[in-house]
Design a protein around this ligand. Structure first.
Ligand SMILES: Cc1cc2nc3c(=O)[nH]c(=O)nc-3n(C[C@H](O)[C@H](O)[C@H](O)COP(=O)(O)OP(=O)(O)OC[C@H]3O[C@@H](n4cnc5c(N)ncnc54)[C@H](O)[C@@H]3O)c2cc1C
Ligand SMILES: *[C@@H]1O[C@H](CO)[C@@H](O)[C@H](O)[C@H]1NC(C)=O
Ligand SMILES: *[C@@H]1O[C@H](CO)[C@@H](O)[C@H](O)[C@H]1NC(C)=O
Ligand SMILES: *[C@@H]1O[C@H](CO)[C@@H](O)[C@H](O)[C@H]1NC(C)=O
Length: 278
């Protein structure tokens, strides 16, 4: 049983999408550009429905508000203990969250390269932008997406319209590298009815060439999906990595060969389980 669940649940564009400049790999840059065109989509009613729908169709027990603090390989089985004091035993353990800022104690210890996460401060504001801040006369002159260039004097990375509620009542989403102070927001907005801030350890701080953590954290069945994020960090790449991980697990579980020959190219009785391209 998998106890840490697969939840799909990440120039101006790399700055907006990854909150950092262009010293990243070609793939990460390309993914970032792919996220900037006009053909982006979202699920009507909210993307959260994707995770909810996937969970709904899976035969899983979801433990919310419960944090795994230790993962112990007991030899063939993993013991996962949570901060709630619960202890679970499972055959396969999949880590589906970045380990960089977590303090999960693995026994035996695992070894992964150090990776820094880029923090993106996201601020949601309901109100109205102040055109004077942008050197404009009317709110309608401000574009739906305001991007910025690399300049330490600019306090935010981008501001975009999330929802037009009424004429002078708009919900905006703002990304920045530091928390937005009230004083600063009062300059940028003429009306500010609601403000909601989140500090996200959003994605790896990219620096080509990337050092990847292993997808298999030991020789048994401890896996790490988010190692893939060094290539690119999005919902789609996370889904692809998770699917391949699931295939790898099925393949390795059905494989009776010695562990030294385990790997992505191992042949299995069911050829549908192979993904040699990855
Ligand atoms: C501001 C921002 C904007 C983004 N925009 C986009 C976008 O437009 N398009 C796109 O495709 N991607 C976007 N991304 C990236 C996307 O959100 C991530 O790639 C995606 O959410 C990664 O999914 P995940 O399941 O690997 O990790 P997460 O979604 O981070 O899920 C990990 C889960 O593990 C849980 N967890 C952590 N520690 C423990 C523990 N010890 N025990 C149990 N559970 C634990 C966490 O609570 C969390 O629920 C964005 C990210 C950010 C931050
Ligand atoms: C979950 O499944 C139930 C029953 O099949 C359905 O009524 C509900 O709409 C589903 N929810 C989601 C988010 O898919
Ligand atoms: C996990 O919990 C079990 C049961 O309470 C306990 O025996 C074990 O020592 C715990 N493991 C760790 C690493 O704390
Ligand atoms: C927002 O605040 C302004 C000024 O305080 C007020 O006039 C307006 O009705 C508020 N709008 C909403 C949607 O709450």
């Amino acid at each position: 049983m998998v106890l840490i669940y697969f939840i799909f649940a990440s120039i101006v564009i790399t700055r907006i999408n990854y909150g950092q400049s262009v010293s990243m790999s070609g793939l990460a840059g390309a993914v970032s550009l792919a996220g900037s065109g006009g053909d982006l989509w979202a699920v009507e009613g909210g993307n959260w429905q994707m995770a909810a729908g996937l969970l709904n169709r899976s035969d899983v027990t979801l433990h919310l508000q419960e944090e795994i603090s230790t993962v112990t390989n007991l030899g063939g089985l993993y013991e996962l203990n949570s901060t709630n004091g619960n202890s679970y035993t499972c055959q396969v353990a999949v880590v589906a969250t970045p380990l960089d800022e977590l303090n999960i104690q693995f026994t035996p210890q695992i070894s992964i390269p150090e990776r820094k996460l880029q923090h993106t401060y996201t601020t949601f504001i309901r109100g109205l932008l102040n055109p004077a801040y942008f050197g404009l006369d009317k709110v309608s002159d401000i574009p739906e997406l305001v991007g910025t260039i690399e300049n330490p004097e600019l306090p935010f990375t981008c501001i975009s319209v999330l929802k037009q509620n009424k004429v002078n009542d708009v919900t905006y989403k703002m990304f920045s590298r530091q928390s937005m102070t009230d004083a600063l927001l009062d300059q940028i907005f003429s009306i500010r009815n609601e403000t909601f801030r989140i500090n996200w350890g959003a994605y790896p701080h990219y620096h080509a060439p990337e050092k990847f953590a292993p997808f298999m954290l030991d020789d048994d069945h401890l896996y790490y999906i988010n190692a893939f994020e060094n290539a690119a960090s999005t919902m789609e790449t996370g889904a692809v990595a998770a699917e391949n991980m699931a295939r790898l697990i099925l393949s390795r579980l059905s494989d009776k060969k010695p562990s030294s020959s385990y790997g992505l190219k191992t042949s299995t009785a069911d050829s549908n389980l192979q993904h040699p391209e990855l």
